[in-house]
Ligand binder design. Structure first.
Ligand SMILES: Nc1ncnc2c1ncn2[C@@H]1O[C@H](COP(=O)(O)OP(=O)(O)OP(=O)(O)O)[C@@H](O)[C@H]1O
Length: 290
């Protein structure tokens, strides 16, 4: 694919679960490179990823994935052949070894020739750093290792589109760093869509960021543009600012505030987390469902 290739084009995607509106009309375009999908709990991120991955159809809206129409059977097949999808719960069979699990996925991906399939399984396990764990039962792997195993399965066959739902959950800082290196490499020449709660990850890794809140896109642009939304809205002082959107005491002993600064405030450079706070309904962002 060339750098300007559009991998996903969505227009007015809507989906309801009973009385809950998960997606209220989402339009977006995804190109080559890594796109981060940010949003509070319940914003609709997983639902959007599942629709793009052809796991569920939308109630309404148009979608084109890798040039195919997922509404048709042949379209879904065409997408699935070129897609790598890491869901939040990949459904590991606990008694499988790491190798057996990825091999199983490779068979589902139509890699029928045993020798080349096994070579591909070894390749993706090495790519995610699980070479040494190949023969270990999945149930004995740590949470971070299982995440990497899920990623290995998603990488089978070298997909053109990678959809990853909170892939760094359970990883320690070193694993996260390795994962970033890997994803940055994977984002060269293909499209990666990554849902995450880690704004730092988005800043360090993503060329594009989409913020979803209450089933709608609140922002689509670069991480720098997201941060810039909070320009002039972040300041520091020696005491708490009760009217601010967010206000906390930092390690320096000074307070950092996001919101409407008083005249003459000591302004700070905003981060993408600050820009994010400008967009989402802070009350709902703080509410963490059980
Ligand atoms: N199978 C389902 N049945 C009913 N409601 C659902 C179902 N799946 C999701 N929802 C609801 O749809 C909304 C969007 O959920 P979704 O999982 O897409 O959000 P999310 O942004 O991925 O959240 P999180 O960050 O917590 O993973 C939420 O209100 C959720 O409770």
């Amino acid at each position: 694919m060339t750098t300007s290739t559009v991998a996903v084009r969505a227009r007015d995607l809507q989906l309801r679960y009973g009385r809950t509106t998960a997606l209220a009309g989402v339009s977006l375009t995804l190109r080559d490179g890594v796109t981060g999908l940010l949003g509070p709990n319940g914003a609709g991120k997983t639902t959007l990823l599942r629709i793009i991955a052809t796991a569920v159809p939308p109630d309404h809206g148009d979608l084109s994935v890798l040039g195919a129409d997922p509404r048709t059977g042949p379209g879904r097949l065409a997408v699935r052949r070129r897609l790598g999808y890491l869901p939040q719960d990949p459904g590991f069979h606990p008694n499988f070894t790491a190798f057996e699990f990825v091999d199983y996925v490779a068979i589902l991906k139509e890699l029928t020739e045993r020798r080349s399939r096994h070579a591909e399984v070894r390749r993706v396990l090495a790519e995610v750093g699980l070479d040494a764990q190949r023969q270990k039962p999945v149930k004995t792997l740590s949470g971070g290792m299982r995440q990497r195993l899920g990623l290995a399965a998603a990488l089978i066959g070298g997909p053109d589109l990678l959809i990853l739902d909170e892939p760094t959950v359970g990883m320690d800082p070193e694993q996260r760093l390795r994962f970033r290196e890997l994803l940055a490499e994977l984002g060269e020449g293909r499209t990666v869509l990554l849902s995450t709660h880690q704004t730092e990850e988005v800043m360090l890794l993503c060329q594009q960021v989409i913020v979803l809140d209450q089933g709608a896109v609140r922002f689509e642009g670069s991480p720098a543009e997201l941060a810039a939304l909070a320009t002039g809205r972040v300041w520091t002082s020696g005491s708490r600012a009760p009217g601010a959107l967010a206000s906390w005491r930092t390690g320096t002993g000074l307070y950092r505030h996001v919101g409407d600064p008083p005249p003459g405030a000591d302004l700070l450079e905003p981060t993408i987390e600050d820009g994010y706070l400008m967009l989402v309904d802070v009350a709902s962002a703080r509410e963490v469902p059980a």
